[in-house]
Design a binder for this molecule. Structure first.
Ligand SMILES: [Zn+2]
Length: 470
């Protein structure tokens, strides 16, 4: 039996319970994020007691897939958490940070008194997040793992971020195989191999973040080269807001290629985000040991990854502030990717009023974020309670770590033999509905949108004998 606990009808909170004769597992253990109504769902009770779950399988280290795990442990889950080595290392960065943010939010709520809990409590603390890491166990890609007697799981490259896998769960009793996509990447990821074919599947549970969208086909390096060259000529600074995990590496990879090819000058590049620095270290070490999820040309490059650029990683707040007095030309890559928080806000506040500078947005900007406001050409932007005039040039390129509709359909088309049903989850209503339609029309497969709380069987439906097949 599958139960869609979270990540159904929305893009966060991914959690699917799998109940079999062998026992009960949870595939992904994500945090609900975004609007308050969603975040409050993190406080709702689970449909089953936490201590009745035998094991958790994680597809990847983004918080919307793993960020509820410390809470599950606090609630009594004592079993193993299986994931790839890359996911384990990245989760060790993002989960304690998430606990720290939960504590800060609770402290803030207590100061201003807006919480309905008195006193406001963190969902989990940094310490609890660190404690939950002891339950993690690494698994290899493409190697079946015996999770429970009669239940195996195999991780296949998903090409989304380092460590990301789709998980095939095989249940001996019903001899059925359910494949969970997790988040799928694009075949164009410059560092990671594209998603692997599904192979045999009875049921596929697929994400639909971009189920109704096609990414634009354009060469990001053209725009990057032009914006950087133009800014360098004026002695300005290029600020690139970027997600700390994966996006920063992809940005650096493009910069490295542009410098190596002589298309832009070899100017100083600063990565100003402690979390991005820690993730960078993981990418470098995994590349050095030749992790099979990297493209062959990247494997074994180790410290040579991004070897053509003058890269400085700033760690302390003082080092970050010292960048303010540094004159261009230079590039600052800093989180967060949509300029909703983090150190990049300080750099924007300091530089955005100068027409010699540029802001390069490198991915999806959610409606209402500062990144979105800038992309739409706002003349002023609000930061720290002030409206700052936007005089710097604003340009944007699309470096998405997510498969678009064509990528999703391509991946689903690799199931052989095809599944009897495709459950579409991890998407907003329109995106999921659009993907269901496309799966039925273009692939001829049965597909439905997974509804929150819905329970479905994952063995093949029994067709009464003697009934004509349709
Ligand atoms: Zn993800």
């Amino acid at each position: 039996m599958l139960t869609f606990v979270g990540g159904a009808g929305t893009v966060t909170g991914s959690k699917t319970l799998v109940d079999t004769a062998a026992g009960r597992i949870l595939v992904d253990c994500g945090l609900f994020q975004g609007k308050k109504k969603l975040r409050l769902q993190n406080w709702e009770p689970l449909p089953v007691p936490a201590d009745s779950i035998d094991a958790v399988l994680l597809t990847h280290a983004h918080l919307d897939h793993c960020g509820y795990l410390p809470r599950l442990s606090v609630l009594g889950f004592k079993g193993p958490v299986y994931c790839t080595a890359g996911t384990r290392k990245l989760a060790a960065i993002v989960l304690p940070d998430s606990g720290h943010l939960q504590e800060e939010e609770a402290a803030f709520a207590n100061r201003v008194g807006y919480s309905k809990h008195h006193p406001a409590l963190p969902l989990y603390t940094r310490e609890e997040a660190v404690a939950s890491l002891s339950q993690f166990q690494s698994v290899d890609f493409d190697t079946p793992l015996s999770v429970l007697p009669g239940l195996q799981a195999t991780w296949h490259h998903a090409g989304h971020i380092l460590g990301a896998g789709s998980i095939a769960v095989h249940c001996d009793e019903s001899d059925t195989r359910a494949v969970f996509s997790g988040d799928l990447g694009r075949s164009t990821h410059p560092l990671l191999l594209p998603p692997e074919p599904i192979g045999p599947a009875d049921v596929v549970i697929v994400e639909s973040t971009y189920g109704d969208e096609e990414h634009t086909v354009s060469d990001p390096e053209e725009v990057m080269a032009e914006v950087i060259s133009d800014t360098v000529r004026q002695g300005g600074v290029v600020i690139i807001p970027a997600f700390a995990v994966d996006r920063t590496e992809v940005v650096l990879w493009h910069l490295d290629r542009l410098v190596a090819a002589g298309r832009v000058p070899n100017l100083p590049i600063f990565v100003d985000s402690p979390m991005a620095s820690r993730a960078l270290k993981v990418y470098r070490s995994e590349a050095r040991v030749g992790s099979p999820e990297f493209r062959p040309e990247v494997r074994g490059s180790g410290s040579e990854l991004f070897g053509s650029i003058q890269l400085t990683e700033t760690q302390t707040t003082d080092e970050s502030k010292a960048l303010n007095s540094r004159r261009g030309p230079m590039i600052i890559v800093s989180a967060s990717g949509m300029a909703t928080g983090g150190r990049v806000i300080h750099h924007l506040a300091h530089r955005i009023g100068d027409s010699r500078n540029a802001v390069l947005l490198v991915g999806f900007q959610a409606p209402g974020t500062r990144g979105d406001t800038l992309r739409q050409g706002a003349r002023h932007i609000k930061m720290f309670g002030h409206h700052y005039p936007v005089r710097a040039r604003v340009a944007s390129i699309e470096l998405s770590a997510h498969a678009d509709r064509s990528d999703l359909l391509h991946w689903l088309g690799t199931a052989s033999p095809p599944p009897h049903i495709v459950y579409v989850n991890h998407g907003e209503g329109d995106a999921s509905a659009a993907l269901v339609e496309a799966v039925e029309d273009q692939l001829g497969l049965d597909a439905v949108v997974a509804r929150p709380g819905e329970r479905v069987r994952f063995d093949r439906p029994i067709v009464p004998s003697g009934r004509p097949s349709l």
